[in-house]
Design a protein around this ligand. Structure first.
Ligand code: ASP
Length: 310
């Protein structure tokens, strides 16, 4: 069996006119670095779970993406991060919500899965687990980026006038990875700072299993990005798997139906990356762009940003 890996770095109003060539190149480089990290695991006969974790760590470390370093700010000027992992072999899952401090929130989500009998931890006890697991912590200066801070100021200024930004890509973002390894096992991981100006304590779709993150060897692995509240209400990721399981839909048909029809019809802007047990990859999104990358064993890694660049 051959491996497949897909990643995303968020979706939204990503227009060529709004990205300088240098910034565009930086996004492609960041995506390529994440693909390389994940593919290295898969090439060495590693597990899909390790590959998605490795790819997401690279994206969390890159301040361009809204996860880990460079996460967006809440309305109170804090950073609160959500992350999840899921293992398609047995549907084991781990998640954290609203955390700040661990350098790589995805590693803490994984620790929840591997070191506790629970699926999701929040608050001081989540951080306690991170310390017990020996995970790295960083200071506020590490996570801070001027661009995200300025985005918050814009969102707050508009909110004071009772308006919202016309550029959702400035307000949110998320990173994620899905993989099938050489053993045929699937896994998904997702990590985010959420949405700029979100209420303190708001939790998005990312750490909610079946909404922004899902993996089951019987069907597919999915990682979503977009308007989290809608992804939660439509249980977006689980719905893709359910269409495959109950209707016999192909991955592409199921992912397209959920993203292009269901979510698009209800203000659910965004997209997903998904892989099935045959290693087929689908990456539909219903907005202008989605930072994304994919690699299949034997082919070169590819990255794309806009809708017409597949
Ligand atoms: N889905 C994320 C959230 O709502 C944001 C995003 O993907 O852009 O937290």
């Amino acid at each position: 069996m051959t491996y497949s890996l897909a990643i995303h770095g968020g979706a939204g109003t990503i227009l060529k006119s709004r990205l300088t060539p240098e910034r565009e190149a930086a996004y492609h480089a960041g995506l390529q670095a994440a693909l390389a990290a994940g593919a290295a695991v898969l090439r060495a006969d590693g597990r899909a779970l390790d590959a998605v974790t490795a790819a997401v760590c690279v994206l969390e470390d890159d301040p361009l993406f809204n996860a880990g370093r460079g996460a967006v700010f809440t309305s109170a000027g804090a950073q609160e991060m959500d992350a999840a992992v899921m293992d398609g072999r047995d549907r084991r899952a781990g998640a954290v919500a609203g955390i700040f401090g661990p350098k790589n929130p995805v590693l803490l989500a994984r620790a929840v899965m591997e070191r506790t009998g629970h699926v999701c931890l929040i608050g001081p006890n989540a951080l306690e687990l991170a310390r017990a697991a020996g995970l790295a912590f960083e200071d506020p200066e590490y996570f801070f980026t001027e661009a995200r801070w300025q985005s918050l100021q814009k969102v707050l200024a508009l909110a004071a006038e009772g308006r919202v930004s016309d550029d959702p890509a400035q307000r949110h973002g998320t990173v994620g990875a899905v993989a099938r390894d050489r053993a045929g096992d699937l896994a998904a991981a997702t990590s985010t700072g959420g949405m700029t100006g979100k209420a303190p304590g708001r939790v998005g779709d990312t750490p909610m299993i079946g909404a922004g993150t899902f993996a089951d060897n019987a069907t597919c692995a999915v990682s979503g990005t977009g308007h989290g509240e809608v992804f939660i209400r439509w249980t977006a990721a689980a719905e893709i798997a359910a269409r495959m399981r109950h209707r016999g839909d192909s991955l592409e048909a199921a992912a397209n139906a959920v993203v292009m029809d269901e979510l698009a019809a209800v203000d659910g802007s965004g997209g997903v990356i998904a892989v099935d047990r045959d290693g087929t990859i689908a990456m539909p999104f219903n907005c202008e762009g989605m930072y994304r990358g994919w690699v299949r064993e034997g082919s070169a890694a590819e990255t794309a940003i806009y809708a017409d660049a597949r």
